[in-house]
Design a protein around this ligand. Structure first.
Ligand code: NAD
Length: 286
C-alpha cells in the first residue's frame, strides 16, 4: 500500500511550535515577531500565496505588515522601501513575493534585503552560508523537504539522493542540505542524459522540475523515498483543473514513502517561512 508522508499534519505541528515561540518572544520583548510582506502588482497566483502566508502569520501570533504596491512601482521606489524595512527595528523578516514585474530586476531587490531579515534565504550571504554549512536562513521549501525526509529516513549518511531540478530556490539548496548530511547527491536537470537510469539508483528522489507526472513508477527503486516538490495545474476534460506533482503518484506502491500533492511539501513551505521569521527575530534580538 502507498505510504504517504503527511506533510499537512507535520506542518501543523511545526506551526504550533512557532506559535509557542511567538508567544514567548512577545512575553520577553513586549512585541510580536513581525514579517513584512511585499507584493508588487496583481498576479493572481501571488495574491493567493500572500493571502495564505498572512493567514498563517495571524494564526501563529506573528504580526504581518502588508505592502501592496502598484504594478508600475519603480525599482528605485521598491529598493527605498526595502531600505526602510531593513532599518526598522520592529521588522524581523522581509518577504518580497516573486515574480516581480518585468521592469524590476528581482536579484537587485533580493540582494538589497539585509541577510538577517532574509526569511526566504535567497540573499547571497545566506546562500554562501548554506554552501559552507554554516548557520543562516535556509530557503523554506528545501528546509521543509528536509523535515519531511527526517520523518522517514533515520540516517541519511551514505544514502544516494537524486535531485531533479537545479533552481536556486529548490534544487540547488536541497542538494546542499543533503550534501551537508553526507548523502551522495546527484543533481539533474533538463539537459541530463539518461535520467530514468540515474533515478533508479536513488535511495531518495527529490523531484522539483515542474513537469507533471515526470517521475514514473519504473524510475523508482523498491524502498526508495520520493519527495514531490512539483506543483502543476492541469486541465481536466470537463474544463475544471487540478493540482498534481512531478511524480506519477499512482505508480509508487513500491516506494517506501511519497509526499502527496497537494498536502505534502506545500504546507511545509509556509510553516518554514514562519519558523524562519522566529529565527530571524531571535537572532536580531540576541
Ligand atoms: P524552475 O522552473 O526554476 O526549475 C525547474 C528545474 O527543473 C530546472 O533546473 C530544469 O532544468 C529542471 N527540469 C525541468 N523539466 C525537467 C525534466 N523534464 N527533466 C529533468 N529536469 C527538468 O522551477 P522551481 O522554481 O525550482 O520549481 C519547481 C517545481 O516546484 C514547480 O512545479 C514549482 O511550482 C514547485 N515549487 C513548489 C514549492 C512548494 O512549496 N511545494 C515551492 C517552490 C516551487
Amino acid at each position: 500500500m502507498l505510504r504517504t508522508i503527511p506533510g499537512k499534519q507535520i506542518a501543523e505541528g511545526l506551526s504550533e511550535e512557532v506559535a509557542r515561540e511567538a508567544a514567548r518572544f512577545l512575553a520577553e520583548t513586549g512585541r510580536a515577531p513581525a514579517l513584512a510582506v511585499v507584493l508588487v502588482g496583481a498576479n493572481p497566483a501571488s495574491e493567493i500565496y500572500v493571502r495564505r502566508k498572512i493567514a498563517q502569520c495571524r494564526k501563529t501570533g506573528i504580526a504581518s505588515i502588508e505592502y501592496r504596491l502598484d504594478g508600475a512601482t519603480s525599482q528605485a521606489d521598491l529598493l527605498a522601501l526595502i531600505a526602510r524595512l531593513n532599518a526598522d527595528p520592529s521588522v524581523d523578516g522581509i518577504l518580497v513575493q516573486l515574480p516581480l514585474p518585468g521592469h524590476i530586476a528581482a536579484t537587485r531587490v533580493l540582494d538589497a534585503i539585509t541577510p538577517g531579515k532574509d526569511v526566504d534565504g535567497f540573499h547571497p550571504v545566506n546562500v554562501g552560508r548554506l554552501s559552507t554549512g554554516t548557520d543562516g536562513l535556509v530557503p523554506c521549501t528545501p528546509l521543509g523537504c528536509m523535515m519531511l525526509i527526517d520523518t522517514v529516513i533515520d540516517d541519511l549518511r551514505g544514502k544516494h539522493a537524486v535531485v531533479i531540478g537545479k533552481s536556486n530556490i529548490v534544487g540547488k539548496p536541497i542538494a546542499m542540505l543533503l550534501l551537508e548530511r553526507e548523502c551522495t547527491v546527484t543533481v539533474t536537470h533538463i539537459a541530463t542524459q539518461g535520467l530514468p537510469d540515474i533515478a533508479r539508483k536513488a535511495d531518495l528522489i527529490v523531484a522539483a522540475a515542474g513537469s507533471p507526472g515526470l517521475v514514473r513508477g519504473d524510475w523508482v527503486k523498491p524502498g526508495a523515498v520520493v519527495i514531490d516538490v512539483g506543483i502543476n495545474r492541469i486541465e481536466n476534460a470537463d474544463g475544471t483543473s487540478k493540482i498534481v506533482g512531478d511524480c506519477a503518484i499512482g505508480e509508487m506502491e513500491h516506494a517506501a514513502a511519497v509526499t502527496p500533492v497537494p498536502g505534502g511539501v506545500g504546507p511545509m513551505t509556509i510553516a518554514c517561512l514562519l519558523a524562519n521569521t522566529i529565527k530571524a527575530a531571535r537572532s536580531l534580538h540576541s
